[in-house]
Write a protein that binds this ligand. Structure first.
Ligand code: NAD
Length: 332
């Protein structure tokens, strides 16, 4: 198949080029996929895209005109795809449902430990020949209660790590699983999770029911000084509400790998530009906020797996092997 790869970075090109042992031909495009760039896919059979590409109805209509029959996402989440529109236009959507749950779970833990022990501040201090400890006081993670929202693959990997730290792990998922209980998670109602957790980590998908799950109302029911970690999708948090809670100290620590308006910021070097997002700029002023630019997935093992599953999806689609295709289907 001829595949137009959007939002290509040098590391995507490196991993794809080292894995290709098939007849598929790739054209790598730097821009995001959207209605304006979709025409670049003319002459290809499929597009391959990532988390901040906009696969909305307008884009899909352009792709349809260009003769595209497959959208192969190189990520797990598909909240950026208008699935009903794709189905209507006869465009198949495939994804990489699982690459490395450990990569994301371990990054969530890195944010917890970094925030708690102020590693980001200590790093800068030591470089300034300043070895004072004021402001760096942490707490033992051991013995704390950790709340996990979403106990899928990443949530379960995270639970196992936090159980290793000696934490009590309480969790919420509308579809509880036996494997979560075996990993040491205790299911509770969401209200109980908000009220009892010292640390809350989000591992559920972004959808209508979870948009702004963290808002002024839910924040008010949490422990004063709670730590909130989001490695899932930015819009799970109402950022303005969390800023208000940071100002009062109701939220004591905030660790983010994702941000609601990240599409205009993340994955690019904007260091020559002015930061125009005032909400994001305010977040950056808090010493107890640690932000990374959507890098939780970014391990060698995860990129190898993303490449391998994407190639499998392309071949499966070409050979009409629906059993091997990781197709995104509408909810039943
Ligand atoms: P998964 O599908 O295995 O698990 C998601 C879980 O969330 C499921 O158990 C599901 O039942 C549960 N869920 C659904 N609705 C819910 C609700 N209303 N409240 C609580 N839980 C709910 O997915 P996963 O592989 O564990 O990934 C989780 C999320 O992590 C993805 O949706 C994606 O947004 C994010 N992610 C981020 C990165 C990154 O680099 N930062 C990388 C991969 C995935």
């Amino acid at each position: 198949m001829k595949v137009a790869v959007f939002s290509s970075k040098p590391y995507d090109i490196r991993f794809f080029n080292s894995a290709i042992q098939s007849d598929h031909q790739f054209t790598f495009f730097e821009p995001h996929l959207n209605a304006q760039t979709a025409a670049l896919s003319q002459g290809h059979d499929a597009v391959c895209c990532f988390v901040n590409d906009s696969v909305d109805r307008e884009t899909l209509e352009q792709l349809n005109k260009a003769g595209i029959s497959l959208v192969a996402l190189r990520c797990a989440g598909f909240n950026n795809v208008d699935l009903p529109a794709a189905i209507e236009l006869g465009i198949t959507v495939a994804r990489v449902p699982e690459y490395s749950p450990f990569a994301v779970a371990e990054h969530a833990v890195a944010l917890i430990l970094g925030l708690n022990r102020n590693s980001h501040r200590a790093y800068n201090r030591v470089r300034e020949n300043d070895y004072s400890l004021h402001g760096l006081l942490g707490f033992d993670v051991h013995g704390k209660t950790v709340g996990v929202v979403g106990t899928g693959k990443i949530g379960q990997a995270f639970i196992r790590i936090m159980r290793g730290f000696g934490c009590r792990v309480i969790c919420y998922d509308p579809y509880p699983s036996e494997s979560t209980t075996q990993a040491g998670g205790e299911y509770v109602e969401l209200e109980t999770l908000w009220a009892h957790s010292d640390i809350i980590s989000l591992h559920c998908p972004l959808m209508q029911a979870t948009r702004h799950l963290i808002n002024s109302k839910t924040l008010a029911s949490m422990k004063h000084g709670v730590m909130v970690i989001n490695t899932s999708r930015g819009a799970l948090i109402n950022t303005s509400d969390v800023i208000t809670a940071l100002k009062t100290g109701d939220v004591g620590y905030l660790g983010l790998d994702v941000y609601e308006e990240e599409a205009d910021l993340f994955f690019e070097d904007n260091s020559d530009d002015i930061l125009r997002d005032d909400v994001f700029a305010r977040l950056l002023t808090f010493r107890n906020v640690l932000i990374t630019g959507h890098q939780a997935f970014f391990t060698k093992e995860a990129l190898e797996a993303i490449t391998a599953v994407t190639l499998t999806n392309l071949t499966a689609f070409e050979q009409n092997d629906m059993a091997a295709l990781h197709q995104v289907l509408p909810p039943e």
